[in-house]
Design a protein around this ligand. Structure first.
Ligand code: S3P
Length: 431
């Protein structure tokens, strides 16, 4: 279904909470089910990506009982997972594919890993390489899905000392999950900090994991199942925050929000640009900081974002590019190459759609340049989303600054990460 948006509501005020964070939810299933036992996951987002991981865990032999946003799990633990599974379909979800490859190799499970057309174009060699170094037995053509995962010839994997070649939390997590089930110690050294939910959840469940700056050590150790209440998704909040900033006289409070130090980098950057945002950490869930955030309409200044920030705002760059389009001056986002390997080539999607909207933008030397203006757009526009949920939602945010109609093609793709997206966007936009 396409969505036709006709500008924004006159002003928006209110208090909301959001479906659970996608990254933590994947891990709540994949890492949470490694020890044998029972546990509950509450505020689980039934988004298509998280459902892919949920179905994969069912195929491995975890019993899962669903009840609205809550699920109960009875897991045999990784030593009791089915050792042969015909195939596992990861759908559109890169996190499912990368993280479960580590789990399957670590637990010595034979299967085939499949994905949709977009996922089958994305690089898997970044996890295949290190997992093979550990003894994983993975077959692929040109490092892409489908993968055949076979039993390791030498039994258990061996720990490795690995220096990350790309800044990717998915790669880091895949190796750490395999490392947890391997013999000896696995050491991963990051180039730049990336999201650390894997480390925090392993620790929360009691694993022997040590973090010193950019170096993480993990070894096999006893863990226990624990109930996991998933904090609200800060990447979904990114769209709500952006809409509130752009729509005059608006003010929104978001409760039960993930306020992980690395993931809130987007918020810190917006504050540096002049956004009126405040937040308070009020507690912890799953070993993660949570709290509430208040945002008000604000006028932003352009900014230069350095490469070391990119891994922690990687999913927010599409919506950030919209905010940069509506503050006068040039914003530069440095070192954005990884955006080419997401659900779509997000660099070309951002450039082509912003150009349709008459926003000057360019990509040179791995940097994205956006020349913002304060005026509204005033024309009927069609946005090509290429089935990419974050492109669709970012350009829905842009619709708040268009006096004409904004048609977002294939709006349904937002179900990949944001269940009930329409309910939230309807608070702000006319459609
Ligand atoms: C994720 C990590 C990021 C991000 C993705 C979720 C995760 O990917 O883009 O949406 O949950 O680990 P990379 O780490 O590969 O950049």
């Amino acid at each position: 279904m396409d969505l036709v948006i006709k500008g924004h509501k006159s002003f928006v005020q209110g208090e909301i909470s959001l479906p659970g964070d996608k990254s933590i939810s994947h891990r709540a299933l994949l890492i949470g089910a490694l020890p044998k036992g029972k546990y509950r996951i509450t505020n689980f987002p039934f988004s298509e990506d998280c459902i892919s991981t949920l179905n994969a865990m069912k195929a491995l032999g975890v019993k899962i009982y669903e009840n609205h946003e809550n699920i109960e799990l009875v897991t045999p633990g990784y030593r009791g997972f089915n050792s042969y599974v015909d195939s596992i379909d990861c759908g559109n979800s890169g996190t499912t594919a990368r993280l479960i490859t580590g789990l399957l190799c670590g637990a010595n499970i034979q299967t085939k890993l499949l994905g949709d057309t977009s996922l089958s174009k994305r690089p898997m060699d970044r996890v295949i390489g290190p997992l093979k170094d550990m003894g994983g037995n993975i077959g692929s053509i040109e490092g892409k899905l489908p993968l055949s995962i076979n039993k390791s010839i030498h039994g258990a994997l061996k720990g490795i000392d690995y220096n990350m070649l790309v800044d990717s939390a998915q790669v880091k997590s895949s190796i750490l999950i395999a490392g947890y089930m391997a013999e000896g110690i696995t050491k991963v050294t990051e180039r730049n900090y990336s999201r650390n939910h894997t480390e925090l959840l392993f620790k929360f469940l009691g694993a022997g994991l040590l973090v010193q700056d950019k170096v993480i050590n993990i070894k096999n150790s006893e863990m226990h199942c624990r109930d996991l209440n998933i904090p609200g998704d800060i990447s979904s909040a990114a769209f709500i925050i952006a809409l509130t900033i752009l729509i005059p006289k608006s003010s929104i409070t978001i409760n039960n929000l993930l306020l992980n130090k690395r993931r809130k980098r987007y918020i810190e950057i917006l504050k540096l640009m002049g956004a009126d945002i405040e937040y308070q950490v009020t507690g912890e869930e799953c070993g993660e900081a949570i709290g509430s955030l208040q945002v008000k309409s604000s006028e932003l200044k352009p900014i230069i974002i350095e490469e070391e920030d990119i891994p922690n705002i990687i999913d927010e760059i599409p919506v950030f590019s919209i905010l940069a389009s509506f503050c006068s001056g040039v914003s530069i986002i440095k070192g954005v190459n990884e955006l080419k390997y997401k659900e779509s080539n997000r660099i070309s999607c951002i450039l082509s759609n912003l150009s349709t909207c008459d926003i000057n933008c360019s990509y040179t030397d791995n940097n994205l340049y956006i020349e913002g203006k304060e005026d509204f757009i005033n024309k009927d526009i069609t946005i090509e989303t290429f089935g990419d949920h974050r492109i669709a939602m970012a350009f829905a945010v842009l619709a708040s600054r268009n006096k004409g109609e904004t048609k977002i093609l294939d709006w349904d793709c937002t179900k990949i990460s944001f269940p009930n997206s329409e309910k939230y966007f309807r608070m702000f936009l006319n459609f």
